[in-house]
Design a binder for this molecule. Sequence first.
Ligand code: NAP
Length: 416
Amino acid sequence: MFDGPEEERLRILDRAQALGAEFIDIEWDIRADPFIAARGGKGVIVSRHDFQGVPDDLSSLLRQLRATGAEVVKVAATMERVSDLRKLLEQARPDGGSVLIGMGRAGLATRVLAGRLGSRWTYAGNGIAPGQVSATRLLEEFAFRRIRSDASVYVLLGRPAADSLSPAMHNAGFAALGLNAVYVPIESRDLEDFKQVAGLLGMAGASVTIPFKRDVIPLLDEVAPTAAAAGAVNTIAIRDGKWIGMNTDADGFLEPLRQRLPDLAGARAVILGAGGAARGVGLALRLEGAHVAISARRPDAAQLVAHAIGAEVAPWPPPPGSWDLLVNATPVGSGALRSETPFAGPFDGRLVYDLIYDPAPTRLMRAATSAGCEAIGGLEMLVAQAERQFEIWTGRRPDAGLFAEAASRAMRARAV
Ligand code: NAP
């Protein structure tokens, strides 16, 4: 695609024509007729890019583009909402005469699920168009060549979701079992039309992440006790057409911990932070019989979470000698704060569990281990909760190490 003055674009098309290009791609707003006529429509794509959003009258737009006689019509439109994906899916035709692309991070699903959208092909590259992902990522993380148009679709619903490590893990799991299934992020501003989109995709299951873990609950037919207790759903299983909300975060958190501290009853746990993760892991620890205290920079927030899960409030930072297990449930140590630590010591407890998985190890973990404490990183939790999800959906536990290796590989690829 070349974006420039019309005369310039026509000259490039002439040149492509003279060179015998297999396909020429013509934006709808320039005079395509001579090229279409010269080729009898064959090898011509007529495209419409819409950076404002997916048009409501998509079907009439596609009709107009098809009326040009071009072999392939292409619509690439900026996507932000689940309802935008619905509009594209409703226009899917299996005849290979169109390409439907959602631009932007939210459009990743349309690139991965090209077959389901009836798209003749998809596009990959290093961000040449908004939301485009590299061919390597499409082929390796999403196993693009394995995806058949009738593949079972599992969804990650969240915002942000496009850079999640979950597709790498679940798609590796599907490939290892030889299943005709794919896992794809749907990054959205809202949940409007999610049920309808799930129906159009024949969605087989979903992961739910921030900010929808609570908001998704009204869409469910049942909520499992673990999810009800946490007040948050991170997994949707579909059984006999019923949507069942579950939560594998607590199991995912506890599994690596139990390998180091088999008996949590009576252990003194201090959790740094008072957000969603603090609440979830705090509850999991309480149910294991640990004494839990919440330490947060805002004492009122600490009080709120402590009250909700039957824990105590600890000072920020927690005083010396006050914990056996210290859990970091703040983002301090990741992203823009990656060179910082939420706790400066002393490390006089047994184990530090940092929920952050990137970087690995964090500054907090390094300080803890050099002071003789054991340390667990967030990747182990991320992997364990995903393994449990996969088991809920497929009835099979992934082979040991498969998800951890897939997640680490994807993380290394992101860092390049
Ligand atoms: P959240 O709901 O936004 O809560 C974050 C908490 O950290 C809040 O209490 C916040 O306090 C506090 N905080 C933020 N910046 C701070 C700073 N500079 N200094 C001190 N406290 C600060 O987030 P969340 O969902 O609970 O997640 C927390 C962390 O856990 C994230 O890094 C997330 O990636 C990680 N996590 C990992 C996994 C896993 O599988 N490994 C799962 C869940 C979460 P204020 O309210 O005062 O801002």
